[in-house]
Write a protein that binds this ligand. Structure first.
Ligand SMILES: Cc1cc2nc3c(=O)[nH]c(=O)nc-3n(C[C@H](O)[C@H](O)[C@H](O)COP(=O)(O)OP(=O)(O)OC[C@H]3O[C@@H](n4cnc5c(N)ncnc54)[C@H](O)[C@@H]3O)c2cc1C
Length: 292
């Protein structure tokens, strides 16, 4: 089974996210990461896309390579910002011809400070890309969800209404990373009140390095709770301990999400295997699920 909508209909998913490397050395390292993670049999592996097409061929090539391996089930991210409609159709057609089943339909962001120089695309919001993917092929289509609200939206209620409309035409959502289980549960409740009960897979980012998480949290709008910051800062002088605390925090969040009935867990791997392997082993994810 490779379609994510079908996988989710059968049980809890366990997935990983990677970005396409830009050098031969980084590609070789990522292949080793695939080998290390493949025995877990992740439900799917999602591959990011550089907004505006900056990783267009790299994303395509990596998705096709993973498809060829047969053990990591790829999902291709695609963003509509700065793309013409025919370019998007072309990319989707290539995926359809290659036999790729799963697409994550996103808007993407213009680079900070790009202003007027950044070309305007034909599609304005992710929902239009979901509809386009439906026109091109029989893909299983996912979308992004922001538990704390999209950082640029005017207010949370409006953002939830847009998310609900998008999810109504998609099959599932994956969240931006977050640290408070309550933010995820509130979003799922808000969606239910708006009549949407499609699976929303929580995205989990293990803290491996405090500086990068603070930077990413600022960009994505995800708050790092004081309690988590305190635990990490207490060991900030020791990178090994920061990583250990980060994995512990991720495991605690994942356990609470599983207890609350989350339909899956999506790990932001940062192209590294160690933390994901540790989380999977401690929580019995992936292949570990079937262990006695
Ligand atoms: C799981 C995940 C994976 C991601 N992968 C990538 C990636 O590979 N590459 C990348 O560049 N970025 C990626 N992103 C980031 C994403 O592109 C940004 O968060 C972007 O700012 C919003 O994308 P979206 O798909 O949520 O957009 P949208 O759903 O279009 O929403 C963007 C904003 O517009 C508002 N909005 C939505 N619909 C409407 C409407 N009809 N009218 C008015 N306002 C509306 C929303 O409330 C929100 O504020 C990812 C995010 C997540 C959570």
């Amino acid at each position: 089974m490779t379609r994510i909508d079908e996988i989710l209909a059968h049980g809890r998913s366990f997935s990983v996210e990677m970005w396409p490397p830009k050098t031969a050395e980084a590609t070789a390292r990522l292949r080793a990461v695939f080998d290390e993670l493949s025995f877990l049999k992740p439900s799917f592996t999602s591959i990011t896309y550089g907004a505006g097409g900056s990783t267009r061929d790299l994303t395509n090539d990596l998705v096709i390579e993973i498809l060829g391996r047969g053990d990591m089930n790829p999902m291709a991210h695609l963003t509509c910002v700065a793309h013409r409609r025919d370019e998007l159709v072309d990319i989707l057609e290539r995926y359809k011809q290659a036999g790729v089943d799963n697409i994550l339909a996103l808007r993407g962001d213009a680079p900070a400070g790009s202003g007027e120089k950044w070309p305007k695309g034909d599609l304005e919001h992710a929902i239009e890309l979901v509809e386009l993917a439906r026109e091109v092929g029989p893909f299983s289509v996912g979308v992004a969800a922001h538990p704390e609200g999209h950082p640029l939206s005017s207010d949370l209620a409006t953002d939830r209404r847009h998310l609900a409309s998008k999810l109504r035409v998609a099959d599932f959502a994956i969240t931006q990373f977050f640290f408070r289980v309550e933010d995820y549960l509130r979003m799922v409740d808000d969606l239910a009140r708006l009549g949407v009960d499609k699976p929303v897979i929580p995205g989990i980012m293990p803290i491996l390095n405090i500086r990068s998480v603070v930077r990413m949290a600022q960009m994505s709008g995800a708050a790092v709770p004081q309690e988590v910051a305190r635990r990490v800062e207490a060991v900030a002088h020791d990178p090994v301990a920061v990583r250990r605390v980060g994995v512990q925090v991720a495991c605690e969040l994942a356990e609470r999400l599983i207890d609350a009935g989350a339909p899956g867990l999506h790990i932001y791997t940062l192209n590294q295997s160690a933390a994901t392997l540790e989380i999977a082993a401690r929580l019995g994810l992936g292949e570990y699920q079937s262990a006695p």
